[in-house]
Design a protein around this ligand. Structure first.
Ligand code: CP
Length: 323
């Protein structure tokens, strides 16, 4: 595997899920693969889970790991070509990428949507430069449009907890005071549509996700109706994807105070099939989900986060096998 961005990069999902369970049974059995190999994890944005779980996954495989927080201690990077660099950015990404690549064997990058230009974000301008100029396998640790390590961990978690062969999985928008990217819902939708689940998306009008990720998905604008009979409820906020009105890209369309009915509470969970609650974390309690629901025994947020180590290990293992 040279790039991990989309569900298609992992191949047959049944094979990937079986491999995840094999990793879980004995995560230290492939230490020979990473001997004298180095993973470089580059963060343009904050992280708790991705930072720790990906380091742990690489160490499980016997690798050395270097973590770079670009905004803390490195030179400030210019990312646009053709810019006269007379401002506060001392180094260009086009030199920095091959330099960083010379110190490692595989690269993970986190670089969120900047909301300056929908085209730039949806073209994945930053991550594509790493793919083009590093000469190394590159995995996405949440980019402008996708978070595949999270979606893979979510799928592993659903597989481990499902009670029937084709569970109903509902992804619901929920309120948030700030504008958040669409990477998590895009990837979750992409992976659920490829998996053997009955997938429904619910959100207020105006928050339609990009068709490249949700084409063919069942969208139900009535949240209570969407929740009926659900086996898994996956909550997430996202800002306007700008599909129908590009000028609204990255905006919060309504004052969140008027949208608090969308916060996942016992009221909505009561119409589900005793659903398991999921969220990628970090989560704002009593905005996205009530204390009661996230603390209930049916909540899967902790096993979901623990599975981030497993999804990362499968991906890094496959990249090491392809070196
Ligand atoms: N879910 C997730 O990616 O968490 P972090 O932002 O803390 O890495």
């Amino acid at each position: 595997m040279k790039v991990f961005q989309h569900v298609s990069d992992i191949g047959d999902l049944r094979v990937a899920l079986a491999e995840a369970q094999e990793v879980k049974r004995d995560r230290y059995q492939w230490q020979h693969l990473g001997k004298n190999k180095t993973a470089l994890l580059i963060f343009f944005n904050n992280s708790l889970r991705t930072r720790l779980s990906t380091q742990k996954a690489a160490m499980n495989l016997g690798m050395n790991v270097i973590v770079l927080d670009v905004n803390q201690g490195a030179w400030k990077l210019e990312t646009e070509r053709g810019v006269i660099m007379d401002g506060d950015k001392s180094e260009h990404l086009l030199e920095a990428i091959p330099v960083m690549a010379s110190y490692c064997d595989i690269i993970g990058v986190r670089s969120f949507a900047r909301f300056e230009s929908r085209a730039d974000d949806y073209e994945e301008k930053i991550l594509n430069q790493f793919i083009k100029y590093s000469g190394r396998p590159v995995f996405f640790m949440e980019s402008a449009t996708v978070h595949p390590l999270q979606a893979f961990a979510d799928l592993i978690t659903i597989e481990e907890h499902k009670q029937n062969p084709r569970p109903k999985v509902v992804m619901t928008w929920a309120p948030h005071p700030k504008a958040l990217p669409q990477a998590v819902p895009n990837s979750f939708a992409e992976w659920m549509l490829a998996a053997d689940v009955d997938f429904v998306i619910t959100h207020p009008e105006g928050y339609e996700l990009d068709p490249q990720f949700v084409k063919g998905a069942h969208v139900e604008y009535d949240q209570m109706k969407a929740f009926e009979g659900a086996d898994f409820v996956y909550a997430k906020n996202w800002s306007c994807p700008g599909v129908t009105r590009p000028e609204d890209y990255g905006k919060v369309l309504h004052d969140y105070h008027s949208m608090m009915d969308w916060c996942v509470s016992k009221r909505q969970m009561a119409v589900t099939n005793d659903a398991r609650f999921m969220h990628c974390l970090p989560v704002r309690r009593n905005m996205i989900v009530t204390d009661e629901v996230i603390e209930a025994p049916r909540s899967l947020v902790i096993p979901e986060a623990a599975n981030r180590e497993i999804s990362a290990q499968v991906v890094i293992k496959r990249m090491l096998e392809s070196l």
